[in-house]
Design a binder for this molecule. Structure first.
Ligand code: GDP
Length: 193
């Protein structure tokens, strides 16, 4: 699989818009501004996703086709404070609609900011995957912003808070490329099976 052979296939707001032809999918989710677009551009192809657009602006589900082998599904970033209740509900429904019924979903990547403890929303996402028995990869983003000591400390704290073995965490930085190779390797290995 050539991960860099990637293109935007479809932008969706509801189920009817999803690409009709079946292919295995992995979804990528996380809080607004966690570094999701930067992650996608580093792991797959530069400029595939739009970086640093106004936080809370992305209200769509973007389907990327990877080498005609699988799809990356970029779910809207959640948890942005500066939006109305109705707007938040729309996002929640959009994410739920995808997660609850998409049979093609084989792997979920949850991005967490390495500097912060996971939020309630992050835990809700993990709860979804747990109930549906979808394998997860947890990626700690922006690791370049921490010293080695701080990173070790935060990784332990986050792992403890979630009750998930820290060996399942990937430490990542879009700025330095830290962790990118391991993540690419794991994705290829997983999606090839
Ligand atoms: P998204 O909203 O989750 O898609 O996040 P973006 O990828 O757009 O990034 C949000 C902000 O964080 C931007 O200003 C990025 O430049 C910055 N950022 C993203 N990843 C990293 C990283 O690994 N290191 C640093 N230092 N900044 C990052």
């Amino acid at each position: 699989i050539d991960l860099s052979n990637a293109k935007l296939e479809k932008i969706a707001v509801k189920k009817d818009d999803y690409p009709p032809i079946k292919m295995p999918e992995m979804c990528i989710c996380g809080r607004s501004n966690v570094g999701k677009s930067s992650f996608i551009n580093t792991i797959f192809k530069d400029k595939l996703a739009k970086v640093g657009s106004t936080p809370g602006k992305t209200r769509t589900i973007n389907f990327f086709n990877i080498d005609n082998k699988f799809r990356v599904v970029d779910l809207p970033g959640y948890g942005y404070a500066e939006v109305s209740k109705e707007e938040k509900k729309r996002w929640k429904n959009m994410i739920e609609e995808y997660l609850l019924e998409r049979e093609e979903l084989k792997l979920a990547v949850l991005l967490l900011d390495s500097r912060h403890l996971p939020t309630e929303d992050d835990k809700i996402m993990l709860g979804f995957f747990d109930r549906k028995e979808i394998p997860i990869m947890i990626v700690l983003t922006k690791c370049d912003k921490l010293s080695n000591n701080e990173l070790t400390k935060n990784t332990n704290l986050i792992s403890k808070e979630l009750g998930i073995d820290k060996e399942l965490f990937y430490q990542f930085s879009a700025k330095t490329g830290m962790g990118a190779k391991q993540i690419q390797y794991s994705i290829v290995k997983f999606m090839e099976e």
